[in-house]
Write a protein that binds this ligand. Structure first.
Ligand SMILES: [Fe+2]
Length: 434
């Protein structure tokens, strides 16, 4: 162990945690074992789980109350910045502080409005010209599939419009800015490269005027039981499990960018600093839009809450493999008081939220206007994303769906999907080809 590793490690006299790099066969027993071991480890630090949790709860409660008060005063909760300021490097210290405090951001005019509207039209031409609606076989996964039977989520990954946005200089500029909010180097290790993104292909949502949508319940995306059970995540969340909770930093990428993940139907193989989407239509704040719990530190609450005595021993507050990580009134009532929606956005604006934050989509009936977005996250180059990039290259070459998504593979024979010779230097680097 190097000096730097020692600096990141917990005191040597604390009991070790059991860990599983693949989902354990007996989940309930593994949950029991993990919880008992974390409790013992925290106790060995001289504090109780209840004491440690009380510290987290007090911090989160003050953030929740601050958000409730700001909402009551009619203030906007989501920080908003103009793209021009990001590009010029003139984002104010106040705005940066707000981004760190809230963990989310709207970038106004990330792309010119006409550009975003043209991409939206191009996507329609692309799917219609290739007979997508005649071929459509219904939702390919349970989670987004619950939204409705009409395709709101298009399992389309390789349109010229999506690829142009992903490899654009404007996208790279915002991703660099967002990645830089994280600590990407510590103890002599570079955990990721903030200046290079891996190109993470995701889908399109197009929700038409008049649509009724049940929305998506509040949830988290970074993992499920693996967050407590793999060695890497245990190291990433070390301060939550060793009694030094005051040192937990939601912006610290240490040990987050190389470890394994438990497979699941809604998994993301990539490490994302922020999740995000780019608006391809104007959307009003009350038309079934994205909401978050804009408190990055809430992750500490989510990770420690299952250790309290009122949660059954074999239960992680409902978190289990192959299902999305739920945030519920039963266990997270305090956090859900802070759920805050995005402001009105226009085509070309982009929306971003810290990868560990609770989020959901509001239901809507008889939607006004379109609700169209292109999902593009900030997923900086790191060992985990380099591994995934190999399967992305394969999917790009064949026109298949990327392996994080159901194997619907609609675009295999579509002749006008984005071609390798159209990749620019950013696209090539994002795929690990340069
Ligand atoms: Fe999600």
């Amino acid at each position: 162990m190097s000096v730097s590793d020692a600096a990141l490690a917990a005191p040597a006299d604390l009991p070790a945690l059991p860990h599983w790099d693949e989902p354990p066969a007996d989940l309930e027993e593994a949950v029991r074992e993990t919880k008992a071991a974390i409790r013992a480890r925290i106790a060995a630090s001289g504090r109780s789980v209840e004491e440690v949790f009380a510290v987290v709860e007090a911090r989160v409660r003050s953030a929740v109350e601050e958000i409730e008060a700001a909402t009551a005063r009619g203030e906007e909760i989501w920080p908003v910045v103009d793209y021009a300021e990001v590009e010029a490097g003139t984002v104010s210290a106040d705005l940066l502080a707000a981004l760190r405090r809230r963990g989310c951001l709207v970038v106004r005019g990330h792309f010119p409005r006409e550009q975003a509207l043209a991409w939206d039209t191009d996507i329609v031409d692309y799917v219609e010209g290739n007979g997508f609606f005649e071929d459509y076989r219904g939702p390919g996964d349970d989670f987004f599939g619950s939204v409705g039977s009409k395709p709101e989520i298009y399992p389309v990954y390789w349109s010229p419009a999506q690829m142009e946005a992903r490899q654009s200089e404007r996208m790279a500029t915002v991703q660099r800015f967002l990645n830089a909010q994280w600590t990407h180097e510590s103890g002599g290790t570079t955990w990721f490269d903030p200046d290079r993104d891996s190109l993470y292909p995701d889908r399109i949502r197009r929700r038409p005027p008049g649509a009724d949508s049940g929305g998506l319940g509040t949830h988290l995306d970074p993992g499920t039981l693996d967050l407590w059970m793999t060695e890497d995540y245990q190291r990433a969340f070390r301060h939550l499990f060793d009694g030094s909770v005051e040192e937990y930093d939601p912006w610290d990428a240490a040990h987050r960018t190389a470890g394994p993940q438990y497979p699941g139907s809604t998994m993301c193989s990539a490490f994302r600093t922020f999740q995000g989407w780019t608006a391809l239509s104007d959307m009003d704040h009350d038309q079934g839009v994205l909401h978050t719990v804009p408190i990055p530190e809430a992750m500490a609450y989510l990770m420690l809450r299952p250790l309290l005595d009122d949660v059954p021993q074999g239960d992680m507050c409902g978190v289990t493999t192959n299902q999305v990580f739920p945030a519920t009134q039963q266990w997270h009532e305090l956090l859900l008081r802070a759920v805050s929606g995005i402001p009105d956005v226009r085509a070309g604006d982009s929306v971003w939220w810290h990868c560990d934050m609770i989020h959901g989509v509001d239901p809507v009936t008889d939607q006004r206007g379109w609700g169209n977005v292109m999902y593009i996250p900030a997923a900086p180059w790191c060992p985990r994303n380099e591994v995934y990039a190999a399967s992305v290259r394969e999917a790009f070459a064949t026109g298949n769906s990327p392996t994080d998504f159901p194997a619907e593979d609609y675009e295999r024979l579509w002749p006008n999907r984005f071609q390798p010779e159209q990749l620019n230097p950013t696209g090539l680097r994002g795929l690990g080809l340069a």
